[in-house]
Design a binder for this molecule. Structure first.
Ligand SMILES: [Zn+2]
Length: 282
């Protein structure tokens, strides 16, 4: 196993041992010097779950908690689960299952309530919410914003971060304001799939060189991710599990040591309250 001399955290990826590469992806990550993972549950519909109540999300969450436990065994550091409801579910409910936007919003909020129980019990680190990245009706947009605001209330209640899936943008100050109004600090809101800079929440930067260079030069807090989906049907969709350790090596070789410290030690501590160094010497 390679040692890059620093913790190396992929802030957002998925693991699907039943259909994808599962723990082999974790082995690849660790071999290249990766140490820590935040594993986000897959969208419920990709696991064949058609929820009627918040409780119906439980098997989706338990699958992630189980694989995180196994992944931790393979890592020098550890993995943590991030649990929530994918914002694309609103369209499945409204377009395919005849839900009203309001009923879809209520079910998605109930799913988040269920996810928050795992955070409260210490079995998950953070919540995941957001809104569609594609065009939707005003009613669906507003229903999605309601879901996201509920996630912020839960984050404030449980003192945890909320990862967001949103439209591509470098300004989410309005959304960060909604979090602050509910008692959740803007820096504990994380936009996944982000570019190199972001106004409002903390960016979780897709680990492409050009985006990382912008983040490194910015001097601002950021995280690094791949959004590896671990889906054999979508092989070219995203970056692979080796990408974050490879890019950390490249950042170090390019003299961006402070940026590496920011993305893999300081920002994880500020956003999630995790100590990636301590977790290395457990
Ligand atoms: Zn994802």
């Amino acid at each position: 196993m390679e040692d890059l001399g620093t913790p190396v955290l992929d802030n957002h990826l998925h693991l699907d041992p039943a259909h994808g590469r599962g723990l082999d992806a974790v082995r690849d990550f660790a071999r290249l010097g990766g140490t820590h993972l935040l594993v986000v549950n897959k969208p419920s519909w990709l696991l064949g779950v058609e929820p009627e109540t918040g409780e119906d999300f439980r098997p989706v969450f338990e699958t992630t908690i189980d694989v995180v436990e196994e992944a931790t065994e393979l890592l020098p550091g550890r993995a943590w689960p991030v649990l929530g409801v994918h914002p694309g579910l609103v369209s499945k409910l409204v377009d395919d299952r005849g839900f009203s936007p309001a009923d879809a919003s209520a079910l998605m909020q109930a799913g988040l309530d269920c996810a928050a129980e795992y955070v409260a019990g210490g079995d998950a680190l953070a919540l995941k919410s957001g809104r569609p990245h594609y065009d939707v009706s005003d009613a669906v947009w507003e229903a999605s914003n309601e879901v996201m605001r509920h996630a912020f209330s839960l984050g404030a209640e449980h003192g945890c971060a909320v990862q967001l899936h949103t439209e591509a943008t470098d300004d989410l100050t309005e959304v960060a304001g909604w979090a602050e109004a509910r008692g959740l600090s803007a820096h504990k809101v994380v936009k996944h799939y982000a570019g190199g800079t972001l106004a409002g929440p903390t960016p979780s930067v897709m680990s492409e060189k050009d985006r990382l260079e912008v983040a490194a030069e910015s001097g601002e807090p950021f995280l690094m991710e791949t959004d590896f989906v671990d889906d054999p049907d979508r092989p070219g969709m995203v970056l692979g599990p080796k990408t974050v350790p490879r890019r950390v090596r490249w950042l170090l070789e390019s003299g961006y040591d402070a940026a590496v410290e920011r993305a893999h030690v300081e920002t994880p501590a500020d956003v999630y309250g995790i100590d990636t160094r301590a977790a290395l010497s457990r």
